[in-house]
Design a protein around this ligand. Structure first.
Ligand code: IPE
Ligand code: IPE
Ligand code: MG
Length: 254
């Protein structure tokens, strides 16, 4: 089916509010083309632009892109440097377009540990777009789900020691407000490309009830049409959150 036809099938009433994507497969894509891994990362930027445009056009509230994990520091230096440079180039080249689309840039992860030139570009994009009211583009950079939880625990202890906390009333919502994603709805839909069936330390708390959509497509080949397919699949899912739906009750003699 074509993009226009898929778009017509989308139910605007059942849109995922927050889509999170594990953008995987750049290296394998490059290898398939006989290219260096960095060329795969470069090609991945086209997919990022396409997906931002579609999310913005169809009114998605937030898009989180897993761009660099804490574990990715274990890759060769040359690859890490290329990724950081690509991040800088992407933000620099796209900032005007992001503004035009009313996109608000955010970042989660240990941003303070990224190279200074990358930090500057990120903070500049966040600052320039801070009053925008359209799609929230949330970049997960130097991110780890476990570190997200750990840092929340540290902040909670600090708060407890400095000003106290009502532990009896401290619930899941209170805990969430200490995570990097505070203020964002939890992801409704998680997409992972390149056919790997794992979370790779991504949003461990936030994904508790997220619908998963995994495709063999490698990230540089991922386009609007694939996103629409994922959303259509999502709209067919029955989200139960541990409950049962009306009419599914056991009858007394069952
Ligand atoms: C995803 O592609 C990009 C990052 C993790 C930064 P990979 O670089 O992991 O590509 P594969 O998994 O080796 O194919
Ligand atoms: C996950 O991909 C991290 C990002 C997409 C940034 P990886 O390629 O690093 O994950 P593993 O190593 O296959 O689990
Ligand atoms: Mg990978």
């Amino acid at each position: 089916m074509k993009e226009e036809d898929l778009l017509k099938l989308i139910n605007p009433e059942k849109m995922p509010r927050h889509i999170a994507i594990i953008m995987d497969g750049n290296g394998r894509w490059a290898k398939q083309q006989g290219l260096l891994r960095v060329m795969g990362h470069k090609a991945g930027i086209e997919a990022i632009k396409d997906i931002i445009t579609m999310c913005s056009d169809i009114g998605i509230q937030a898009l989180t892109l897993y761009a660099f994990s804490v574990e990715n520091w274990h890759r060769p230096k040359i690859e890490i440097n290329s990724l950081m440079k690509l991040l800088k180039i992407f933000l620099r080249n796209e900032i005007n377009e992001l503004q035009r689309k009313n996109v608000k840039v955010m970042a989660i992860g240990r941003i303070q540990e990224l190279p200074l030139f990358a930090q500057q570009e990120i903070y500049n994009a966040i600052d320039k777009t801070k009053n925008n009211t359209g799609l929230i583009l949330n970049l997960a950079l130097n991110y780890s789900g476990r570190v997200d939880i750990l840092e929340a625990v540290r902040k909670i202890i600090e708060k407890y020691e400095s000003s106290g906390l009502n532990l009896k009333e401290f619930d899941e919502e209170s805990f969430s407000s200490f995570l990097y994603t505070s203020g964002l709805p939890e992801p409704d839909l998680l997409i992972r490309t390149s056919g790997e069936y794992r979370l790779s330390n991504f949003m461990l708390w936030q994904l508790a009830y997220t619908e998963l959509w995994i495709t063999d497509i490698l990230w540089p080949d991922f386009r609007k049409i694939h996103l629409l397919k994922a959303i259509l699949d999502y709209q067919k899912r029955k989200r139960r959150f541990g409950k049962i739906h009306e009419g599914e009750e056991c009858s007394e003699n069952e």
